[in-house]
Design a protein around this ligand. Structure first.
Ligand SMILES: Nc1ncnc2c1ncn2[C@@H]1O[C@H](COP(=O)(O)OP(=O)(O)OP(=O)(O)O)[C@@H](O)[C@H]1O
Ligand SMILES: [Mg+2]
Length: 270
């Protein structure tokens, strides 16, 4: 048995893009040179044990989402290794669909099928990913929707739900298949403060139940209350890690100090 639910070892991910017409070098059409490569993740390693709640935070564009997507192999790292328990997901020939079925993912922008009800969205994930028969999928979908307290929405379509309800359906979809870990990418950033509170309450319940989670979030009161470890991420890399008490009192690096000051000022003004 592996000691860790998930582990990333020295992960790198770059994006290269083709130059626009104006940027093109007349002698080298469509060239991708060093200037057009974004290093979104640079040598990032992380270990997550069962029941851990780790929270990644840092400036916009620093590569947090890219790293999270690499963990779920929704982006394939250029270099480095991702382990899910004992299984190395970055090794050639791994059945990624099977591995991804053990990882729940909640997206920044609420992402539900518009033509399906809340129940339909959660059921579909169970039937497609776990190949569960209809009855079993329904039972588990209803249990997950009850857990995030949206049973009153089961027959509603996404357009008939509030943002907070829709995001909780997204969380139900992630937990319904009982994954080893849930990765959440700024699950409240698209919501106004009242609806943010509803989603944070759901995450707090999951935390209490011992759900293993890696969350990108800037909800600092939540971080302070539930995170075992906070990870300050900037310019594609982990700058500093530690318990919430470290970041709320005296972070070691100037970059983390400045960021914490900015974010705490912003939260108190809101
Ligand atoms: N599909 C892509 N193609 C090219 N570049 C990308 C792609 N996705 C992200 N990037 C670039 O990679 C860098 C990291 O982006 P990423 O979305 O991971 O940052 P982030 O920390 O999650 O930002 P935010 O806090 O705004 O969500 C940025 O410079 C971004 O423009
Ligand atoms: Mg992001």
């Amino acid at each position: 048995m592996a000691d860790f639910v998930m582990e990333a070892k020295h992960v790198y991910k770059t994006y290269g893009y083709k130059k626009t017409k104006l940027e093109k070098n007349p002698n080298q059409q469509n060239c991708v040179n060093a200037a057009s490569i974004v290093e979104a993740v640079k040598d990032v390693s992380i270990k997550i044990k069962k029941g851990d709640i780790k929270l990644i935070f840092g400036p916009s564009g620093s590569g947090k989402s890219t790293f999270l997507r690499c963990m779920a192999m929704l982006e394939i790292p250029d270099k480095g290794e991702i382990y899910l328990g004992d299984e190395c997901l970055t090794k050639p020939g791994v059945d990624l669909n099977k591995a991804r079925a053990r990882i729940g993912f909640v997206f920044q922008h609420i992402y539900l099928f518009r033509h399906l009800t809340a129940l339909g969205n959660v059921e579909l994930a169970l039937r497609q990913v776990l190949k569960l028969p209809k009855e079993e999928a329904r039972k588990r979908a209803l249990a997950a929707l009850a857990e995030v307290k949206v049973l009153d929405c089961i027959n509603k379509y996404p357009s008939q739900m509030s943002g907070g309800q829709a995001q909780r359906v997204g969380i139900a979809r992630a937990i319904a298949r009982n994954p080893d870990i849930i990765l959440l990418d700024e699950p409240t950033s698209a919501l106004d403060p009242e609806l943010t509170g509803e989603v944070i309450d759901t995450l707090r319940d999951l935390a209490r139940e011992g759900t293993t989670m890696l969350i990108v979030s800037h909800e600092m009161p939540f971080a302070r209350e539930v995170a075992d470890e906070m990870i300050f991420y900037d310019e594609g890399t982990i700058v500093e890690t530690g318990p919430p008490s470290l970041f709320f009192n005296a972070p070691n690096t100037d970059r983390a100090k400045k960021f914490m000051t900015r974010i705490i000022n912003r939260t108190t003004k809101e």
